[in-house]
Write a protein that binds this ligand. Sequence first.
Ligand code: AMP
Ligand code: GLY
Length: 423
Amino acid sequence: MKVLIVGSGGREHAIAASAAKSSKVEKMYCAPGNAGIEEFAECVPIGAMEFEKLVAFAKEKSIDLCIVGMDDPLVGGLVDEMEAAGIRTFGPRKNAAILEGSKAFSKDLMKKYHIPTAAYENFTDPDAAIAYLETAKFPIVLKADGLALGKGVLICQNFEEAKEGVRTIMLDKKFGTAGNEMVIEEFMTGREVSVLSFVDGKTIKTMTSAQDHKRAGDGDTGLNTGGMGTFSPSPFYTKEVEEFCSEHIYQATVDAMAAEGREFKGVIFFGLMLTEEGPKVLEYNARFGDPEAQVVLPRMKNDLIEVVEACIDGTLDQVDLQFEDNAAVCVVLASEGYPVSYEKGFPIQGLEEFNKHEGYYCFHAGTKLQDGQIVTNGGRVLGVTAKGKDLKEARANAYAATEWVQFENKYMRHDIGKAIDEA
Ligand code: AMP
Ligand code: GLY
């Protein structure tokens, strides 16, 4: 079959690498893709939000299956447009992608269906938000309602900071229209775990767990980023935690969406916090995590295309989802200065090493081909990933592989997976 993947990051590279192993795939395209994805798919220069062009392309090439990797086009309704044109597409429709697209929606859903999450209030009026904060407990968490590249969350230590935060989100509109509405929620403490799942509208099958590292600097310091590295599985995601989540969170979310007339098909990403009172939902995403996909998909034994088709067809109950009994670690190589300001266009050396080693992957995030040379083209440049028999071995392997790659202003965290030692 002919497959079109929509997106351009490390996640889409991991999806493409996984899909390429399927005997069902004869030709793959990616829009817009990147220099690494070229290995598996023909990249076409159409942006992920150029719906008309994407649909026209899919029709022209007789695409049999479209996989939407990114949140923006999902929330914007690309799946609906593709389906209207007769293209089978993997991902939630617009009315279900709201699970990620609106934090106010997802908080109200959890409250209505008794899914454990932090206590909260939603606000559309900045004065009402500030009045509420006057009697609130600190620290407290402010969240812009809409999509904000994972950056619309402010943790405020006192009233003054929180008041400033309301201004930033709702009046200065730092995150654009995402700040028209805001969630104010209780601050929780605990370990964070990411659990991705496949959903076919009724059935949910969770994948192996992972943990992200969102802050830019070692020791979880510095600004929030799109993710500086991941490991999988999480040693903190015990059988007990899994059982609790299966009983109170996973199926409950799928059923809640169906009950609301918003049948969810695709990937639900559960951002969980393991609090003293038990696991609670921090956030939902309506897609694979990035860089979670980079450590989860390489460990999946199933044919990705078969699982994706089962989600579309509503036959996921017949799929036996299986993961390798090993571990993987991904270390993001970024451009010095990310996430604030950084230079681009530096040549990248050493990428060929990854073809020589089994169990090692270099997923491209911000790269491009320039005059026959792959150069840096973003803040997060590459996701160097390695498997190992356990987390410690995978981490040692991944860090060894970061040495294979050289480019000017290369920056990485040196403590990805440090939590493994505390498990
Ligand atoms: P989100 O986009 O909602 O996942 O938030 C981004 C990050 O902010 C999370 O990964 C947490 O580290 C942090 N965060 C979000 N909500 C809370 C909360 N209620 N309590 C503590 N930390 C939070
Ligand atoms: N790694 C977090 C995310 O994909 O949103």
